[in-house]
Design a binder for this molecule. Structure first.
Ligand code: GLN
Length: 478
């Protein structure tokens, strides 16, 4: 679907030219939300609140155009795992049915402080665990490119919200690809910053040493503008990087010839048997095109490809099993009505509240952390994580970027992946690397599969090089 406005800059210029205002924009997006209701991307739309806020912001602008914030005119959705004070949040789980946030996530506060409008919360997999947005207490979200197919996950609602022009930006979360994979499946752009770049305060935890808030949108400039507002140190998150938000200079702003980049690609990622041949072809053609533009391609080897998924799932399920222990029927959300004693409160509340996939991960995580198996699984996976990160660091010490497919296949039909958890886990092969290493990564569209579905590519950069990565995408995207 072609959007009314392709970028925040276009929105702000239209407002300055009096062609639109925040109220008209909100009406436009609300209209599109209603028209795309069958895709089930939205869990809750804050219609009245968004209309009232738009009116206030229009008034603020009318009084003094210079007084408005950097994100004036930006209409945003948030994934249903990000706290917004006084608003419900469910993590797409029955476990948090009816729960209301007592405070706002740092990212929400910073968006609002710069005059963004939050128009609603969008669907995802339960506790952000999944790759299809089918594991949701609110039912599956469908892909607008083909409603028989999933939008990817876990931030599937975010990707569809951008895809269908129901907001310009969506804030998601990415533990192992949840922002990039749905972006690739839906033909939009999904960015996961360096670990710690955006505070995780107010993000419902899945696997804390992997989790990062991510941004879905249509252009690297928009993502950069949002990142420069929401990034930066935060006293509520000790893992937030101490550096100020990155500063950007896009080549479109200085109209120069783009710098040639040195781009590594791991040969094993392209020859992997799980990779769809048409995606391989599109990726190779795209990379060849970059070479013709004067960029340097550097083939590299990486021996650990087959260890990525095992390391990721051992470590994330371990962290998930401890993070989710807080949902005990006492402190938050669902409490079983059948329970006759304390132990039953814990047991029955969790049995009734959590879905299958979440239970599977809690059990896996508890197993790999158990006394008899800790060394064989958890400690081993930690070592694998270190070796993997060292090798990628070596590659990125020598090259500016690391390119690889975003996904091995295009968006599957509903039920295809969710009915086979191992197949679902394996499909994360290209995205988990960035989270294992804490690196910034982005997926963006580079073509259309012969079946008619979007195909994305993924670029990764060294730690902290978020600005360099987004600037590169501006130069390298089609
Ligand atoms: N699909 C991956 C998983 O299920 C990634 C999820 C995420 O990034 N939140 O763990």
């Amino acid at each position: 679907m072609s959007p009314k406005y392709h970028s925040l800059q276009a929105v702000q210029e239209a407002i300055a030219a009096r062609q639109t205002n925040c109220s008209i924009l909100v009406e436009h997006y609300l209209g599109n939300i209603a028209a795309s209701g069958h895709l089930n991307a939205w869990v809750e739309v804050f219609s009245e609140e968004a209309i009232a806020r738009a009116r206030e912001l229009d008034e603020k602008y009318r009084t003094d155009p210079a007084a408005v914030g950097k994100l004036f005119g930006l209409v945003v959705s948030i994934k249903d795992v990000i706290c917004y004070e006084g608003h419900r949040i469910s993590a797409a789980s029955k476990m948090l049915g009816g729960f209301e946030s007592l405070y706002s996530a740092t990212v929400v506060e910073r968006l609002l402080a710069e005059d963004a409008i939050i128009i609603g919360r969008v669907n995802c997999d339960e506790f952000a665990m999944g790759s299809t947005t089918e594991n949701s207490a609110h039912g599956p979200t469908l892909n607008a490119a083909d409603p028989e197919r999933v939008p990817g996950g876990s931030s599937g609602g975010s990707a569809v919200a951008v895809q269908t022009d129901t907001c310009l930006i969506s804030i998601g979360s990415d533990t192992g690809g949840s922002v990039r994979q749905p972006a690739a499946f839906c033909g939009v752009m999904g960015f996961k910053p360096t670990y710690g770049r955006i505070s995780r305060h107010g993000l419902i935890a899945y696997a804390s040493s992997f989790d990062q808030i991510g941004i879905l949108g249509r252009s690297p400039e928009d993502i950069a503008r949002v990142l420069s507002v929401v990034a930066g140190p935060d006293e509520y998150d000790a893992t937030a990087l101490p550096h100020p938000p990155p500063v950007f200079s896009f080549s479109s702003q200085w109209e120069g010839k783009p710098d040639p980049r040195k781009i590594a690609f791991i040969e094993e990622t392209l020859t992997h048997p799980g990779l769809d041949p048409a995606i391989r072809q599109i990726t190779e053609d795209y990379l060849k095109g970059l070479e013709e533009l004067g960029h340097q391609l550097v083939p590299v080897h990486f021996d650990y490809l087959d260890f990525l998924i095992p390391a990721y799932y051992v470590l994330t399920t371990a962290e998930a099993s401890t993070n989710l222990s807080r949902y005990d029927g006492v402190r938050y959300g669902h409490r079983s009505e059948q329970a006759g004693n304390v132990e039953e409160v814990f047991k029955l509340s969790r049995t009734e509240g959590f879905g299958r996939e979440v239970k599977r991960r809690i059990m896996l995580g508890t197993f790999v952390l158990s006394a008899g198996f800790y060394d064989a699984y958890y400690a081993k996976a930690q070592k694998a994580r270190r070796l993997i990160a060292q090798r990628v660091e070596e590659i990125l010490n020598d090259c500016d970027l690391l390119a690889m497919p975003a996904t091995p296949e295009t968006a599957p039909k509903l039920g295809e992946l969710s009915s086979d958890p191992v197949k679902m886990y394996l499909s994360d092969i290209y995205t988990v690397l960035a989270n294992l290493c804490g690196l910034p990564a982005i997926a963006f569209p580079i073509g259309t599969h012969p079946e008619g579905l979007p195909v994305g590519i993924q670029l990764m950069a060294g730690k902290g090089k978020d600005a360099a990565l987004l600037e590169a995408v501006e130069d390298l995207r089609k």
